[in-house]
Ligand binder design. Structure first.
Ligand SMILES: [Ca+2]
Ligand SMILES: [Ca+2]
Ligand SMILES: [Ca+2]
Ligand SMILES: [Ca+2]
Length: 298
């Protein structure tokens, strides 16, 4: 979640509860650029806390522990190795009821991407778990989903590996969870490697199995990828859509039933030949999408 969404969330929360606004400058001033924000009940006390990771002069991570009434305890000395050009997601990887976290990004220079898993002790203290061998990536995405329907959270990571210290190598790797938070890479050669990427698991054809949406650039001479893959519930993916939308770059994709007909549609925003655009992709209920340009005011 980017900083704008965090501010919107907090302002809306404030509006809905007290219909007044509260100064949250201690949180919002933290990340000057390239920031990512995640919201979860990190310390297990029933309210939502905030993790911010990104560039603040140097790569940095900051925990904002919710103490009620929009007061936050700010922790800058976190358990995480700070990264930039990052992505991270919370998930309960070992089914013990708390929010663990997977973080990727450049750890020092632009030649050292890392992907690290941290286990939550239930009180918001994190310990790195090293028995899963994740490929180090940056400029990418992380999405947890139980792709093989066995009750635990597996994960897809995409982004840039830098295997020889300079050349970017786009990746898309699925790791299967053994149920105890130990992840093993599984062969999914059908998925294209992408960077500057967004991914999402969403059921768009009503069969209660989530399709995989992938947006990003394919290589060093960027070709935009916007494709959908079908999951049959056993962890295997199959091509569903060759190319969903032609554009130079997709900046964001949001999923909702925009036309209120019971299926999930998309709002896609991006850049095409230096022109910004926003378009709806309207679902026919079977996962076939028709483009409908959004109003110019978007
Ligand atoms: Ca856990
Ligand atoms: Ca699973
Ligand atoms: Ca489906
Ligand atoms: Ca719809």
């Amino acid at each position: 979640m980017k900083l704008f969404h965090l501010l919107l969330y907090i302002l809306l929360s404030s509006y809905l509860t007290a219909q007044s606004f509260t100064d949250i400058s201690s949180i919002s001033n933290f990340i000057s650029m390239d920031g990512e924000v995640g919201i979860a009940d990190i310390d297990g006390d029933g309210d939502e806390d905030i993790l911010q990771i990104g560039l603040h002069c140097n790569p940095a991570a900051q925990l904002c522990i919710n103490e009620g009434d929009l007061n936050f305890k700010i922790i800058t000395d976190t358990d995480f190795i700070p990264v930039h050009n990052e992505a991270f997601k919370f998930a309960d990887i070992d089914n013990d009821g708390d929010q663990d976290i997977l973080i990727m990004g450049f750890e020092r220079t632009f030649e050292n991407p890392g992907t690290r898993l941290y286990e939550n002790d239930g009180s918001g203290n994190f310990t790195e778990l090293t028995h899963s061998k994740f490929v180090g990536l940056a400029n990418g995405s992380i999405d947890f989903e139980d792709i093989d329907n066995d009750g635990d959270q597996d994960v897809l990571i995409t982004g840039s590996a830098i295997p020889n210290g300079s050349e970017r190598e786009p990746k898309a790797i699925i790791y299967e969870n053994n149920g105890e938070g130990i992840f093993t890479e599984i062969n999914n050669s059908i998925l294209p490697g992408i960077w500057s990427s967004k991914t999402a698991f969403v059921d768009v054809n009503g069969d209660e199995k989530k399709e995989l949406f992938m947006f990003g650039w394919s290589d060093n001479n960027p070709e935009n990828i916007s494709r959908v893959f079908r999951n049959d519930g056993d962890g295997e993916f199959y091509v569903m859509t060759d190319q969903l939308i032609e554009a130079t770059q997709i900046i964001s994709a949001s999923f909702s039933d925009i036309d209120l007909d019971g299926d999930i549609d998309l709002l896609v925003m991006g850049i095409d030949f230096n022109e910004r655009f926003a378009t709806f992709l309207i679902n026919d209920g079977f996962g076939n999408f028709t483009e409908k340009p959004a109003p110019d005011s978007f």
